[in-house]
Design a protein around this ligand. Sequence first.
Ligand SMILES: [Zn+2]
Length: 255
Amino acid sequence: MVQVDAIKAFDDNYIWVIKDPTHSTCWVVDPGDEKPVLDYLSQHNLTLEGILVTHHHWDHTDGIAPLLSCFPDLTVYGPKNGKYQGITQPLVEHDSIVLAGITLNVIATPGHTLDHICYVNNEIAFTGDTLFNAGCGRLFEGTPEHMWHSFSKLLTLPDTCQVYCTHEYTLANLTFAQAVEPNNHAIAHYHQQAQALRKANRRTVPTTIGQQKAINPFARAAQPDILSHTPKQFIQAKDTPEARFAALRKWKDNF
Ligand SMILES: [Zn+2]
């Protein structure tokens, strides 16, 4: 079983470390800052083999060039045709990669950015800024339709699949989730758990696909009554999962 560890970066980013238990090597996902990665490697006596990139934003990529100057042979996986120029192994949907003894499949998940990809298998998913615990990334480049379609792909993963997203936005997301569904006991219950975790300075990530189906309003846009507490000005004429997702995203942007 692969081991995944977290390196904290900036205010609320996690740089995920995929450790090969049989070797003293590891991979990192979205290193926006090289310093905490280099500290982690020396503390744990690990060699960096490569990097996985989900999308081009600076807080996911700025550490790559400095890491390459320390480890010139690094493999840098990332989206083909993205805006970040430092990818050595460009990937598209349906590609798969093998690292640290596991296979990860690439799915295209446009929405937050157009180049966004996720790395998934039935046990783990690295979802970058697409699927957050109880939320979703802002739509900087894509449309609500893009993001709903991307979410739908992630929601086909097994309920037990562990979801590793990049940001610790969970408490703010849960405040919004409770506004969307004030009578959803799963959200209220999990909000209390997450508050206790954060108070103890512990992570709320990873989560699971099953949990997201229960508490994440954006993952629940297929529920016909999901907008029953949404202010009218955000609701669209159509009543489809995409339109409900769009309404929720617009409300969250103004929440
Ligand atoms: Zn981003």
